[in-house]
Design a binder for this molecule. Structure first.
Ligand SMILES: *Cc1c(COP(=O)(O)O)cnc(C)c1O
Length: 439
């Protein structure tokens, strides 16, 4: 499979190139040239397959030309060593719990998959240079990427995070690991971290001396595997409602969105034949996409801070992929996806009410998804929202809202025991660049 750039100003890339570079040379995002539709037989038997078996079929459709079947199977099975159950929350509303992985957030899927694909190419190609993964984080991405890449040979990960602005729990998940993971504590904000990473990708000297790539959802190997769990969600929904045909289920999928990588993977799943009726993109107060749906004009804005902070994005990087998928037609996009926005107060009310009525504890991101289904689901439709993180990851916020303690899972507590190791840097690019060059 070849990958083209959404800017269409550079030559096509192989999977190996697309993964090792992250961004295309013309600064566009890579897109697979073809989206293979899965055979009808696959959908007929999907209910009898395990999550790994489903994921492997989907993975073959994307990566089957580029990675040998045996190796790909190992990558998929290795990535998905945890379950992603679909849980009924209330009548017609289900949560796809994406938080059972090592760092309790959906990013574990993409991060684990990408690290193993990169390792595959590094191993195969003896002359492959050491790959340096740069990632800016306000919490979730850094922990998933660091844990996904931990101990993978041929790769070094630099996690940049704003000093003092990441909770202790979050920080401990990437500062206590050591080995091939370096945590860089930047004396600045998340935007400063992001700017340092972007400047590094554009710096000619650095790129001549080091192979740099991104592990954000701009990387195809991070966002495409997210399609796996949409198929699995559908197969689980069918077993909840065995009397309904695929079409009769009228499945609506609601995705709490920030950079829109997760929902884009869902759109790919539908193009591969998954019978989803429509999508809802749920946002917090960062409602750039909703404004686009309403006006047809895309106007990025500086992000505002909310309690669903992994969705505080003012210029979603995967928006260009959505434009590309729908040939830049606003009408086609608005037909397929509707939008919703929630303030912090509404998110808080949603968490409280859902706990009271259903005894189900949402995290602030999933709460946006739940609310959008509750407000937007029509008669006869079945709604699935993606519960993107475990509520304990945002324990302080959630405890303030519900007035009760949230139990911290063992997996999170383990990280807190380690010793913090980090490098402190200023927010100037020269300092960061010199640090990297001296490594
Ligand atoms: C990253 C993240 C999101 C947003 O996902 P995108 O793919 O960027 O749209 C939502 N919820 C949580 C918990 C996240 O970590």
């Amino acid at each position: 499979m070849k990958y083209y750039s959404t800017n269409k100003n550079t030559s096509e890339a192989t999977l190996e190139e697309a993964v090792s570079k992250g961004l295309a040379d013309d600064n566009g995002l890579f897109m697979p040239k073809k989206i293979n539709v899965l055979p009808k037989r696959f959908f007929d038997i999907i209910g009898t397959l395990s999550f790994q078996e489903i994921a492997f079929e989907v993975a073959k459709a994307f990566f089957g030309d580029d990675i040998e079947e045996k190796a790909l199977k190992k990558i998929v099975y290795d990535t998905l060593n945890f379950d992603i159950p679909l849980v009924k929350v209330e009548k017609d509303i289900y949560a796809l719990e994406l938080f059972h992985g090592p760092t309790l957030a959906f990013k574990d899927v993409g991060a684990r998959f990408m690290s193993r694909v990169l390792a595959y190419f590094i191993k195969k190609n003896e002359n492959h240079k050491l790959v340096n993964v740069l990632v800016a984080t306000s919490g979730d991405t850094g922990s998933a990427v660091a844990n996904g890449f931990l101990g993978v040979e041929g790769i070094h990960v630099y996690v940049l995070y704003p000093k003092g602005l990441v909770s202790r729990i979050q920080e401990s998940k990437f500062t206590t690991l050591g080995k091939n993971i370096t945590a860089i504590e930047v004396d600045g904000t998340f935007d400063d971290c992001q700017r340092l990473v972007k400047s590094a990708f554009l710096d000619q000297e650095l790129n001549e001396k080091m192979q740099l790539t991104s592990a954000n959802s701009i990387n195809v190997a991070r966002f495409l595997p997210q399609a796996f769990y949409y198929f699995y969600a559908f197969s689980q929904l069918r077993s909840y409602r065995p009397k309904f045909s695929a079409e009769e289920l009228e499945t609506v999928i609601c995705v709490p969105s920030g950079n829109f990588g997760n929902i884009t993977a869902g759109l790919f799943a539908k193009k591969m034949g998954l019978p989803i009726k429509r999508f809802i993109a749920a946002n917090n107060r960062n409602d750039i996409f909703l404004n686009y749906l309403n006006t047809g004009v895309y106007t990025p804005k500086p992000s505002v801070a909310t309690i669903a902070n992994a969705m505080d994005v003012g210029d979603p990087s995967n928006f260009v992929r959505i434009l590309d998928l729908f040939d830049h037609s606003h009408e086609a996009i608005a037909d397929e996806i509707s939008g919703a926005r929630y303030t912090d107060e509404e998110i808080g009310e949603g968490i409280k009410n859902c706990l009271k009525e259903n005894d189900y504890l949402l995290d602030p991101h999933g709460a946006c998804g739940y609310l959008a289904l509750k407000n937007g689901l029509k008669e006869g439709e079945n709604g699935i929202f993606l519960e993107t993180a475990h509520p304990a990851k945002f324990a302080e916020t959630v405890e303030d809202i519900i007035g009760e303690k949230v139990e911290i899972p063992q997996k999170l507590q383990e990280f807190m025991k380690g010793t913090k190791q980090s490098v402190e840097l200023g927010k100037d690019f020269e300092g960061f660049k010199n640090y990297l060059l001296e490594k």
